[in-house]
Design a protein around this ligand. Structure first.
Ligand SMILES: [Zn+2]
Length: 499
């Protein structure tokens, strides 16, 4: 390797780039070749100013070559290797070990945080060479096991490290606690709603999609938000997947096994939710990967947005493409939808009368049968409690079960699933592909007949049927049962039929 090692990003993957600098006699000029975007081209100004801060004034005709020439290079993360390449070409830097260098330079020579440090860490690990990053990126790099990484605050500091004047500053691997933090919304504060609580537990245990329908004030939003506090911790592999998405977007990362919980507002753009745009960035559905994507006031969402969510919800990944290329991002989410029962909000309410006409109700029903409704496993009504009911819960003096207690059961059920599906590289029942459903979610003759009868009665599609089977499997796992029993099927069918 004659040049300096840098990287560029293709989706969530870091690709090695070699930076070669040549300086010849002539009028001062800097040219950068090798499919560089605007941000890379602007790097000549930043690098020049940063070098000046070290007391180096560039002279001559400088050409910077980014190899390989056939992959597009994006962003400011090549500033650092370009600067090092120039210092090497001028003879100011004699020792520059084979490594990956990444970082954006401020005009005063400080190293700024860049996106993609986690993918870069995986590439460095694969190539078995060290990685040098801005100190601001060290927190996320510390979460990648087994990588040799160093950080610096500025170009000057890095040059001193490489020249042996300063000791290299290693990135210390982060300790990731096994316990999860508490979430503000706790099931302890939710009165009544036994069915919704149960459905939330099943959804969290098997990663099944959930719809909550209820009038304003019924607490459906609170229930949805409380699910954040009963999700099982991320496994090592899942943690890495979520890290890659966040790092690709340049977002901060914390050493935690907490699952993502993303709330999308109905005014959100399709690009912000599904990903894409000029830079092909991941969207909310990928940020929610391995966690929850929550769409409150679902019926307010534009049809084209819910339509474009269908494939990522079903497939567990999303492919976005533009003229600049095609990339795939993960999107294995637990989808939670919340909606009012009708346009006025009070259809079926115990105290307030619904003012919708028959046409209004019909139109609203169509909205609720949108493109992703088929992918919902648990459909629950959340009734608004009357003041008397609320008071009676208080008078009983017994607090509802807390999220921490529910989470213990969820974790236990998830462990059973992880063990069972290990050989297929799956972690929960919801992920099970069709062919494995057929092979592994088997029933006794009697139960098979029961399910077939119910499927006919409720007009269940093949996909609906396999969703019922997966939910039944989770219910059985929560009960610690080896076999899916009739009562598990009956409960799963009940959630399918509600609403
Ligand atoms: Zn109404």
């Amino acid at each position: 390797m004659s040049g300096i090692g840098g990287i560029t990003l293709k989706g969530m993957e870091a690709l090695p780039v070699e930076v070669e600098v040549e300086i010849t006699q002539g009028m001062f000029s800097v040219s950068i070749v090798g499919m560089a975007d605007t941000a890379v081209k602007e790097s000549r100004e930043r690098v020049r100013a940063a070098l000046r801060s070290l007391g180096r004034n560039l002279r001559g005709r400088i050409s910077v070559n980014l190899a390989p020439a056939d992959i597009p290079k994006e962003g400011a993360l090549l500033d650092l290797p370009i600067a090092l390449g120039m210092l090497k070409a001028t003879g100011d830097l004699t020792n520059c070990p084979r490594a990956l260098y990444m970082g954006e330079l401020a005009l005063d020579g400080r190293l700024r945080r860049v996106r993609g440090a986690v993918p870069a860490a995986f590439l460095a690990k694969k190539l078995n060479i060290p990685l040098y990053v801005p100190s601001e990126n060290s927190e996320e790099v510390a979460l990648v096991k087994g990588v040799e990484a160093y950080c610096a605050d500025s170009l000057a500091e890095l040059v001193e490290m490489l020249s042996g004047v300063e000791k290299p500053r290693p990135v210390i691997p982060a300790y990731i606690p096994e316990t999860l933090p508490n979430v503000d919304s706790d099931f302890e504060d939710i009165k009544g709603q036994l069915i919704a609580r149960r459905a939330a537990e099943i959804a969290a245990a098997g990663h099944h999609n959930l719809l909550l329908v209820g009038s304003p004030g019924s607490g459906k939003t609170l229930i949805a938000r409380s699910i954040a506090g009963i999700l099982p911790p991320l496994t090592d592999d899942e943690l890495v997947e979520t890290l890659l998405v966040r790092s690709t977007l340049g977002m901060e990362t914390k050493p935690t096994r907490e699952r993502p919980f993303r709330i999308v507002h109905f005014t959100a753009s399709t690009v912000s939710v599904c990903g894409g745009g000029n830079n092909l960035r991941p969207g909310e559905v990928s940020l929610a990967h391995r966690g929850v994507l929550f769409l409150d006031e679902y019926t307010e969402f534009r049809r084209d947005l819910t339509e474009s969510l269908r494939a990522p919800i079903e497939d567990g990944f999303i492919t976005v493409s533009r003229a600049t290329g095609t990339v795939t991002y993960p999107s294995r989410v637990l989808l939670i939808l919340a909606a009012n029962p009708c346009a006025c909000g009070y259809y079926g309410d115990p105290t307030t009368k619904c003012t919708c006409s028959a046409t209004d109700l019909e139109r609203y029903k169509r909205k609720l049968s949108g493109p992703i409704m088929d992918r919902i496993d648990l459909k629950i009504e959340v009734p608004r409690l009357t003041p008397e009911e609320l008071l009676s819960f208080d008078n009983r003096g017994k607090k509802p079960e807390s999220s921490a207690v529910i989470r213990e059961r969820v974790i236990k059920a998830r462990k059973i699933q992880q063990e069972r599906w290990k050989e297929f590289n799956l972690t929960c029942n919801a992920e099970l592909p069709e062919k494995l459903v057929k092979r592994y979610l088997t029933l006794s003759d009697e139960n098979r007949k029961f399910l077939a009868d119910m499927a006919e009665k409720f007009n269940l599609s093949g996909r609906g049927l396999s969703r019922v089977l997966k939910v039944s499997r989770t219910i059985a796992d929560l009960a610690g049962e080896e076999e899916i029993l009739k009562k598990h099927l009956a409960e799963a069918l009940m959630y399918r039929q509600n609403k």
